[in-house]
Design a protein around this ligand. Structure first.
Ligand SMILES: Cc1cc2nc3c(=O)[nH]c(=O)nc-3n(C[C@H](O)[C@H](O)[C@H](O)COP(=O)(O)OP(=O)(O)OC[C@H]3O[C@@H](n4cnc5c(N)ncnc54)[C@H](O)[C@@H]3O)c2cc1C
Length: 278
């Protein structure tokens, strides 16, 4: 049972990646590498060790999820011109919230803050471990199991073992990952998002990268940061010209990417404080 809970939790708790990939038209037309290296192509360290960025071109970020917004924030700070092309009509990607289901906001996607709540300060360059939003430790102890139609409580020692063998979790209290993202990453950036712009082709054969949407609109950029999920890349929803190098395709196919979904149910009576269906 413990293992089953673990696998269920592992399925839902996918790590929130504030990372992204980039493609550009530099020396090697097959480049599809690390964004920081790509964007820093012309930069030098000054005497105080800070990066002096000499990049003058424009950047297109594909996707307005956490990664796209984090990339945009970085470009904004560096004074680099950019636009975000987002397939849907909202920002946040797999981070969304609902405020109508119950009397507190619920995360529709990412919900848990993994391991250490000080990650929130780290993400926004704030010192200290205590975030300025209220969080709660997530360690349910009164967990019931059903074996052969018999309901029993999992002994507390087993739950303690479970948490010791697994990562600590926190959750936002009366706020959500979406609020955190919106407040700390989307401010000053929203006006640069073009919604309903689903990219279907990325052509990086010429001097500029040309991106085409499903309705045929073209955008051009000196560099592109692509933040769509591995699932989108695997589905071949975007055609690359020239095709991505075999090494990248293998990496995209090989990385573990599990599907996950959430189901919210309302009951007329409260019969359990929390319920896991396994
Ligand atoms: C049900 C669920 C629960 C989760 N729980 C947690 C959790 O508790 N804790 C945690 O840390 N993480 C969790 N995660 C994972 C977390 O949500 C993701 O890792 C994170 O949100 C990914 O952000 P991203 O910006 O990299 O990708 P995404 O959020 O997928 O953003 C990509 C964006 O690109 C857009 N896009 C896609 N294709 C195109 C295209 N062709 N053209 C233009 N735009 C395009 C998408 O619409 C989207 O807005 C969960 C995920 C799910 C689904």
């Amino acid at each position: 049972m413990k293992e089953l809970i673990k696998s269920l939790i592992s399925l839902l708790f996918l790590i929130l990646p504030f990372s992204f990939m980039a493609c550009n038209k530099d020396e090697n037309p097959n480049t599809f590498g690390n964004t920081e290296n790509e964007l820093q192509g012309n930069e030098n360290l000054n005497t105080s060790g800070n990066i002096e960025n000499e990049f003058q071109g424009n950047v297109i970020i594909v996707g307005a999820g956490a990664s796209g917004l984090a990339a945009a924030k970085k470009l904004e700070e560096e004074g680099i011109s950019y636009q975000i092309l987002e397939a849907t009509d909202k920002l946040g990607g797999r981070i969304q919230k609902n405020e109508n289901f119950v009397d507190f906001p619920i995360d529709l996607g990412a919900e848990w803050i993994h391991e250490d709540k000080s990650i929130l300060n780290f993400l926004i360059d704030q010192p200290g471990n205590e975030p300025n939003v209220e969080t709660i430790l997530y360690q349910p102890m009164n967990v019931q199991q059903v074996v052969d139609n018999i309901i029993s409580q999992i002994p507390n020692e087993e739950m303690i073992d479970y948490y010791e063998g697994y990562i600590t979790e926190y959750k936002f209290k009366n706020t959500t990952w979406y609020d955190f993202l919106h407040e700390n990453f989307a401010q000053n950036i929203e006006q640069n998002i073009i919604y309903n712009a689903r990219i279907t082709t990325i052509d990086y054969t010429g001097d500029q990268v040309v991106l085409t949407t499903e309705n045929g609109t073209e955008y051009q950029a000196d560099k592109v940061i692509l933040t769509v999920s591995i699932g989108v890349l695997r589905s071949n929803a975007i055609t690359f010209n020239p095709p991505l190098p075999a090494k990248k395709i293998t990496a995209i196919q090989d990385v573990e990417f599990l599907p996950g979904f959430k189901l919210f149910m309302k009951f007329s009576d409260q019969f359990l404080s929390r319920c896991y269906f396994i």
